[in-house]
Write a protein that binds this ligand. Sequence first.
Ligand code: SF4
Length: 89
Amino acid sequence: MAGKEQYDELKHYRCPPLGGPVDFRHCRTVNEGLPCTKMPVCWSRKMDVPEFLRENYTEYEIWQTLAVGRKTRLETVFEAIEKAKNNAG
Ligand code: SF4
């Protein structure tokens, strides 16, 4: 399988901002639909992150992912909570 969803089922044992396990789907969408800024650090042992980004995102989206929109840990946690609330209800 190719495309953005190809690694969605993979698990990262501990997301530093959230403090628990997450799947790749979370990591590739958490940044307003774009990958988390930490993806190259967290996932480099399990996959070729630069290749994944090149194959699935525009240069502008990659720039947004890696260079701008860097969020603090607290902002990421609050966003995850809001997202969970919205999904629950
Ligand atoms: S890439 Fe981001 S969301 Fe995914 S485990 Fe790392 S810090 Fe958490």
